[in-house]
Design a protein around this ligand. Structure first.
Ligand code: NAG
Ligand code: NAG
Length: 491
């Protein structure tokens, strides 16, 4: 399976590349800022009700209407927000390491910077890790023991997001070893005397009683365990805003885990039982926020042959997950899918084949969200291709991939379908390229990409701001102004 390849490439940093981007960036800076400005100004003339009225980042706070900041919820296959239940179609992004950057005063400003740049192109949702288990700058140093400085850093991320009109999707742990993840929980369980199998890549996390207990307490500190100040993520009270995480509308959704897989049980039963247990647990503590699984969207062994055809490779059916089954669990509010043609398809897949896969993968999941899942929004919570030297895509041709995903989303949105949003993997502030995994987009240095992102934001914004709760999609289409039809037909 190619994911290990992606995880590996994500870690590689090229000093040469960094220097190249630095020089290029300095040269391109003035031009790109001008382009950002131009695209932003154009929006106000085309879209009368577009809230992206000017370049002032603070104005992005009106992104979902008259300054109201409500909890995002679902209605049928849509996300909605506000008393009137306006649609909330998502153009979003990932920047997974914000909490780590926020720990140090010297890098904290990068958090603000990336939110400002994202808001300037109309991005309204950021997905970022709310976990770091064991290891360097851990949030959870050992089971239920938190580093207050790191928690304050997460508080800062939440507080800054709010200031920029950006909501957050927060996964609660990782399938992979980065930032601790399930293997760290299994090591903790073993250290406490649990009889766990350490050779199964941390899969004991899903079945071992001790590890499951640790995760439940990470979500919400149970009885307090005799420790004062025992807190957990959902019950955390933000030191900047005074608002408990579970009451904060800035948080759009929790995800149980980033990309859960359980290779050791390809029937999927083990992971399914874990999702059931943890979804119930999260909802019992925080019924207000949306909950997602965090899955990649593979169809598992029990899926029909037609569904299995949609998988990128034969191995995808054997990782212990199943898109439809996993999202039928009580308490799961929306479906989650990732889109990585460049490391999922067999080596040698052409750009054309990768674009074709991206479109059909998105469409297959939208169809299932509307059909088999009974009308549930589906979020493409990570989509990206690497543009590193030697990859199939480069920073220019990558734009075709981004447009393919946006195009499929828009076709769904126009007919009121279940495609609720897509989040680019991944947006970086400047001078953090040393962490580039090949997938990074630095918006001010990628004016063409920034323009594509901004155009998609404007189209979604038109749907979000024009459609009242009483509006039916059929009538809405007819009521569209000529400009809107023209703009929407561009893709
Ligand atoms: C531990 O996990 C590995 C890999 O899944 C498996 O081959 C092995 O049989 C397991 N050992 C035990 C004692 O269950
Ligand atoms: C990017 O790749 C395309 C082909 O897919 C090629 O035409 C173009 O020249 C490349 N651009 C750069 C900057 O390498």
């Amino acid at each position: 399976m190619a994911t290990s390849h992606r995880k590996e490439t994500r870690r590689k940093a090229s000093v040469l590349q960094c220097f190249f981007f630095f020089v290029l960036g300095a040269l391109a800076m003035a031009a790109s800022m001008a382009a950002l400005h131009a695209s932003s100004s154009a929006s106000s003339s085309v879209w009368r009700c577009s809230p992206l009225a000017d370049d002032d980042p603070s104005s992005s706070q009106v992104v979902d209407g008259g300054g109201e900041w409500g909890v995002v919820r679902t209605r049928g296959a849509q996300f909605v927000v506000g008393d009137d239940g306006r649609p909330f179609y998502v153009n979003g992004f990932n920047t997974y390491w914000l909490m780590v950057l926020a720990v140090d005063a010297s890098t904290r400003g990068k958090v603000t910077e990336v939110f400002r740049q994202a808001a300037a192109v109309g991005l309204t949702v950021c997905r970022t890790w709310a976990f770091n288990d064991g290891g360097w700058r851990a949030l959870q140093k050992s089971p239920s023991v938190y580093d207050e400085d790191v928690f304050k850093a997460l508080d800062f991320v939440v507080s800054e997001a709010r200031k920029h009109g950006i909501r957050l999707i927060l996964p609660l742990t990782n399938n992979w070893d980065d930032y601790g993840g399930k293997a760290q929980y299994v090591r903790w369980a073993q250290a406490a005397g649990a009889d766990v199998n350490l050779t199964a890549g941390g899969d004991a996390f899903f079945s071992d009683k001790t590890a499951r207990g640790y995760f439940r307490r990470h979500v919400t500190a149970g009885g307090g365990g005799g420790r004062r100040h025992v807190t957990a993520v959902l019950t955390r009270v933000n030191t900047y805003t005074g608002v408990a995480y579970r009451d904060d509308p800035t948080i759009m959704a929790w995800e149980l885990m980033n990309e859960p897989r359980c290779f050791s049980d390809p029937t999927g039963d083990t992971l399914q039982a874990w999702i059931r247990e943890m979804a119930f647990h999260v909802k019992s503590v925080d019924p207000a926020h949306l909950l997602g699984v965090g899955s990649e969207g593979f169809y598992g062994r029990s899926s029909s042959p037609a569904r299995l055809q949609a998988n990128p490779n034969a191995g995808a059916a054997l990782v212990g997950t199943d898109f439809v089954r996993n999202h039928r669990v009580l308490g799961v509010d929306f479906a989650s899918v990732h889109v990585y043609p460049d490391n999922w398809l067999p080596a040698g897949a052409t750009q054309e084949a990768q674009l074709r896969f991206a479109t059909s993968w998105v469409e297959a999941h939208i169809a299932d969200a509307e059909g088999a899942l009974g009308g549930m929004p589906v979020l493409f919570a990570e989509f990206g291709v690497s543009a590193k030297a030697g990859a199939v895509f480069n920073a220019t041709s990558r734009n075709a991939f981004i447009e393919a995903v946006y195009g499929a989303m828009l076709r769904s949105t126009r007919r009121g379908g279940g495609g609720a949003g897509a989040l680019l993997w991944q947006v970086f502030p400047e001078d953090t390229e040393y962490m580039d995994d090949g997938y990074a987009v630095v918006l001010p240095r990628a004016p063409a990409t920034a323009g594509i992102v901004a155009a998609h934001s404007r189209r979604l914004q038109a749907f979000n701001s024009r459609c009242e709760w009483s509006c039916r999609w059929g009538c809405n289409r007819q009521r569209n102004t000529p400009e809107m039809t023209k703009e929407a037909d561009v893709v």
